[in-house]
Design a binder for this molecule. Sequence first.
Ligand SMILES: [Zn+2]
Length: 104
Amino acid sequence: MSTYLFPEQELQRRALSWAVRLSVNPATIRVERLGKKWGYCSSDGEVTLSRDLLDMSERHQDVVIVHELLHLRIRTHNRRFKALMSAHLPDWKSLEADLQRASA
Ligand SMILES: [Zn+2]
């Protein structure tokens, strides 16, 4: 039996393992073409990740995954949100800055 996963599935699986670590329960995790956005989280708990993340490093994938998954708990970028980002990915600010440059 083959355990080969398509790149989109690898990214989904990575997001699922983060969801377990963060104790959040997304309704779905999708990988789609999103244009200039790297990811988003809908108010009904659906997380969508940009297909373009497949060309980025795993650290950059993680920062988008963790950011969107944390929005399942905290909708805004408040202090608590930022504290959780720092707890899980200490260098999240520079990673997000890289992503912003890459999508500009
Ligand atoms: Zn956000």
